[in-house]
Design a protein around this ligand. Sequence first.
Ligand SMILES: *Cc1c(COP(=O)(O)O)cnc(C)c1O
Length: 392
Amino acid sequence: MQIPFLDLKSQYLSIKTEINSAIQNILDNSAFVLGKAVNDFEVEFAKAHNVKFCVALNSGTAGNHVALWSLGIKPGDEIIVPANTFIATAWGATLCGAKPVFVDCEPDSYNIDPSKVEGAITNKTKAIVAVHLYGQPADMDPLKKIAQKYNLFLVEDSAQSHLAEYKGEKIGSFGEATSFSFYPGKNLGAYGEGGAVVTNNSEIAKKARMIRDHGTLQKYQHEIFGHNYRMEGIQGAVLGVKLKHLSNWTFARRKVANKYKELLSGINNIKLPKEMSYAKHVYHLFVIQVNGNAKSNNAELRNALANYLNEKGISVGYHYPIPLHLQECFKYLGYKKGDFPNTELLADSCISLPIYPELNDNQIEYVCSNIQDFFNHSEENDHVLLSNVKSN
Ligand SMILES: *Cc1c(COP(=O)(O)O)cnc(C)c1O
C-alpha cells in the first residue's frame, strides 16, 4: 500500500465539476487578479470565522507581513514569536524590519507558553504573535491578559487552523489581526499560492487593503507605502468552492485523528497529540513524539521509525526539525541550543503522520499496524534500522 503524506488529487476529483466551472468562469471573464470571485470569497471567509473583514492576499507569508505592517510595526520594534513554528511566522517581523523574540512552547499543546511571554517583553516589544500550530488554538486568554497589561498588539497566525475554536469561538478575532495561508496543503488550500488577513477593526482592514495593492484604494493615488500582495482570481474561485466543503472536511480530519489515537494508544514509546480542554483542534497535522529507549536517543529512534514507514510506502514529515532560534538566518540574535528545551525536544522527537479528510480506515489501520510492528521489533532491529538512517 502507498500512503502519501498529502493527497490533493483525490480531493480535487471529489469536487471536479464545481471547480472546473468556477475556473472556467474566471477564464471567460478574464478576472485574473482580485475581482468578483475574490470579493465573494472574502465575504464568505469572514463569515465563516465570525469576523467583519477579510483581505485576500497572495500568500500566508504576505498575511504575516501585512498583519504587522497594518499595525504600524517598524524597524527597532520587537515582536514575540514562538520558537516552534514555520519560519514564515518570523518573516512577519523581519519584513517590517523588526526583531523576532522567541519564546518556548508548552510541552502538551506545542503552542507558545503564555507563562514564558512576560520574561521576553522589553520596552521595545510591540506585539505578540500567537500561532495556532498543527490546527490547535494557542491559549488565548492568558495571552490577551499579558497583551493588555503591557499595551501590546495580539496577532494570530492561523495558517494551520482554519475553523479551529478556542473556548467555543472561532479563531480569528482574539487579536487585532489574524493571518491565514491557503497554500495547497493547508486545511483550506488554493490551487497555487494564497493567504488572507482578517480583522474586526475597520482601520486595520483598510490599511491591509491598501498595502496589498501598492498603497492605493484608488488607482494611481498612493497614500501610503505598499506592496503587490493581491490574490489571483482563479485562487479566489477555487477557494470559494472549497470553503463550502471545509466544515465537512474538518469533521473528517477530526475523525481520522480520533482513529489514530484509538489505534496508537497502547504504544509506550510515543506521545499522542493532546486536544486541550479549551480547544477544538482541526488537525492540520497529526504530530506524535517518539521517546528514545536504552539503545537509541529520541532522534535516532524517530528517524528509524520514519525510515521504516517509508519502506512500507508510508510518507511522514517532521514539523519542525530545526527550531527558529537555531536557524542560520537568526544567528545574529544570539540564541543557543538549550534556550528552549520543549521546542528542542519536539524538534528531535516529532513525526507527522499522513492526515487528510480522504484518508480511510484501511489506510489508517495500515499506518498504525506498521508503527506497532516497528516498536514490537525496535529493540532487536535497532542496529539494522539505525544503519539505514538518512540524515535530514
Ligand atoms: C504555511 C504557513 C505560513 C505561510 O504560509 P504561505 O502561504 O506558505 O506563505 C505561515 N505560518 C504558518 C504557521 C504556516 O504553517
